[in-house]
Ligand binder design. Sequence first.
Ligand code: ATP
Ligand code: MG
Length: 238
Amino acid sequence: MVLIRAEGLVKTYRAGEVEVPAVKGVDFAIDSKSFVAFVGPSGSGKTTLLNMIGCLDRSTAGKLTVMDTDVGKLDRRAAADFRGRHIGFVFQDFNLIPVLTVYENIEYPLIMVQDWPESKRREQIARLLEAVGMSGQEKKRPDQISGGQKQRVAVARALATNAQLVLADEPTANLDHDTAYRIIELMKKMRDELGTTFIFSTHDPKIMSEAEVIFQLEDGRIHRQPLPQPQPKVALHA
Ligand SMILES: Nc1ncnc2c1ncn2[C@@H]1O[C@H](COP(=O)(O)OP(=O)(O)OP(=O)(O)O)[C@@H](O)[C@H]1O
Ligand SMILES: [Mg+2]
């Protein structure tokens, strides 16, 4: 089943008189439950594309359908509502709330968006903490855990509301290679267990090769799409 479809999608930023073409007419389809990477050099349009899919920004032209919704037609409020209901985000710099505990960080979207009763929240958070390997750490604050652990919490937070889609813009950029690799493996495990579609962007070829579908961006265009399964898994601990 197709979860996301882009047809002639264009994004041009306007900075005063200057127009910056960031995405120059791309077409792609992403199936539900897939594990996808957007790769490409700096400035190639990865963040711009992810922001449009995540309803954080709107296209200039073309059509973008996410879960049967024409997201280009949503106004600000409807976009925020759609995002809260259907999409989870993982960020490069983790974006955990420093004054909240691990538990409270995962709980936050449940209170803000879904307003679940406390017992249901507790159950969901315990399940997610276990799934991301952070059980027993729930009382710690972000400054008491490592970068890799912070990103595990961020993955749990992204999944808290049972989002069908998680977008991760360079989720491994601030992690050492082994930790980065484990975070990607964790996301893949969550995809396997929950059927959540994950789209991440990266510069790292080894991380990229963990994806099942790779969209190669270059200067606002998709270069080749989708590539077949790339090289065999790279042995990291040879
Ligand atoms: N808010 C903005 N205003 C004007 N131009 C922008 C804006 N955001 C991005 N751009 C431009 O759009 C193009 C695509 O940028 P984008 O951030 O999507 O690239 P990227 O592939 O995510 O790069 P990186 O790997 O450095 O994160 C670049 O030319 C960039 O300078
Ligand atoms: Mg970017």
